[in-house]
Design a protein around this ligand. Structure first.
Ligand code: HEC
Length: 167
């Protein structure tokens, strides 16, 4: 199956960049489905098999991306770095460096593949099934796409409001 996320990654990513990270401690506790923008919490068509339990892919919302950002910073950035280049703190202290998460053009594995790696791990990377719930794993996947797109965004990707504020 393919999660049919709408193509709002770039503007969401730019918004994320614009809003910065100053209130992350607050965002960490935020419920992605509490946002008025996401109510009611309808699902995209299609489900994925998560172990023996089908788990629906959460709808892509700004709140989901913010949740993904804070989870990524907490659980992944120590190794993969905030940019995804693989030179996080743990790696600087001697842990083997992971490959960059995004190809130079911002592309990466399919959403399902990324979700599987987060769930079960890969090679020397341990899985996070016990530590990160399925929705939050999808939130991280969505954020990874936004991060990849944000690193290859051009002025053409910006909204008129963002252009007005841009240097
Ligand atoms: C302890 C360090 C560490 C942490 C924490 C960690 N990873 Fe990894 N990750 C690695 C290493 C090392 C690899 C390469 C593993 C291998 O193939 O042997 C890897 C591989 C990956 C890959 C596959 C990359 C590829 O091109 O094959 C993805 C995707 C990934 N990690 C995502 C994540 C996400 C998302 C998180 C947070 C939920 C995370 N990782 C947390 C170290 C880490």
């Amino acid at each position: 199956m393919k999660p049919a996320w709408p193509a709002c990654f770039v503007s969401c990513a730019l918004l994320l960049l614009a809003t910065g990270c100053d209130d992350m401690s607050k965002q960490h506790k935020e419920n992605p489905y509490a946002s008025p923008a996401s109510a009611p919490a309808e699902q995209v068509p299609g489900t994925v098999e998560y172990h023996d339990m089908p788990h629906p892919v959460p709808r892509l919302t700004m709140a989901l991306l913010q949740r993904g950002r804070s989870e990524y910073h907490a659980f992944c950035a120590p190794c993969h770095a905030e940019s995804g280049n693989g030179h996080g703190m743990v790696v600087q202290r001697g842990f083997p460096a992971p490959p960059p998460l995004m190809a130079t053009d911002g592309r990466m594995g399919t959403p399902l593949h990324l979700h599987d790696v987060i769930t079960s791990g890969q090679g020397i990377m341990y899985g996070f099934a016990q530590r990160i719930g399925p929705d939050d794993r999808w939130a991280i996947v969505a954020y990874l796409y936004a991060l990849g797109r944000s690193q290859h965004a051009t002025r053409a990707d910006m909204t008129p409001e963002q252009l007005a504020r841009a240097p």
